[in-house]
Design a protein around this ligand. Sequence first.
Ligand code: HSE
Length: 413
Amino acid sequence: MTGVAILGFGTVGSGVYDVINTNCGVLKSKAGEEIKVKKVLDLRDFPGNPVEEILTKDYEEILNDPEIGVVVEVMGGVEPSFTFSKRALSMGKSVVTSNKELVAKHGAELMTLAKNHSVSYLFEASVGGGIPIIRPLCVSLTADKILEISGILNGTTNYILTKMTEEGKGFKEVLKEAQQLGYAEANPTADIDGHDACRKIAILSSLAFGETVDCENIYTEGIGRITYTDIEYANKLNCLIKLIGSSKKTVDGISAKVSPFLVSKDHPLAAVNGVYNAIFVKGNMSGNTMYYGSGAGKLPTASAVVADIVDAVRHKGLSVNIGWNCDSQARVAEIKDSEVKAMLRIGSDNLEEAKKSINEVCGNVQIVDLDIEDDEFAIITNKETEGSMNLKSEKIKTMGGIKEIRNLIRMEA
Ligand code: HSE
């Protein structure tokens, strides 16, 4: 029997408890021995819940229990998760997590520590919730040189954008629904501002390109500025708006970003709705592969965590190596050098003069008029570097007939 301790009895932690108890027979046959939740660490009490019998507020009890071989860290955040994970690994216990913030910031260090103590540090659930993506990337595609990764990596924002588009609902109302359904984090800022997707693309990039990519260096923009008017422009262009994380290796380093994109309704990512995530991987041998499934939610995420527990148990005495080169730091290319095409919404007090100004600065670009808005129009820029597009945007703002740039949304190539 291998005992498991769950740190944090929130959405994912209680899901892990349920999966282990519901599927105990299946897990026993797959791991070759019984897997049992021995302790749950949480500062809260759960009166009436059977978990009360194994609840503790003292981490030492877990560390000092020789039957506990795997610690599940699903507390989120960097501290105390980082300290707790280091202590467990140092005492020869494997650690399994869904904590993308910790993996993105200290994954390399924790994997080195795990290796030095012949245990595993596993984090399949940290990207894409219940979608198998870490192992396909590191194991199944190991013969490939990975050229590019892109996808919808955050369930909450995809849920919000889908509901806003399909039901014309307001941002705040939909966010509340997402929280009630357990998709959004307690503090949804990381989802809305794109930081959650940024951590996930940093993890995938580190694994795909074999060097640690620091999420602090990835350009990140969330969905907070997306309005229903943007969605209507998108619709007129036969597009949807999706929050996309993308990354590829270029001569200038890893070119990665997270931002809302206009995606053609014919593109496979346009069909990824609600809390679902999808990740494209382009390999130099395998070509394009796509991974799709529930990107958030209690049981899908817990299923990925428990699969890691089984893997750690199967490899007792060994460190499961998923191939993250812990020693070297990747160079991240500057956003200004990345090439992009975008839709710019131009607020105007004289439409005719504004369109002439646009022609002067940008040349002949596509203009989109929205019947319901009479003091603005949008333009679709030609493909150019972000740096050059920013210079043009600054120039546009000073030109005749133009009041402001109301939004800039990138377009998929
Ligand atoms: N808040 C995250 C999301 C949970 O919405 O995708 C899964 O990582």
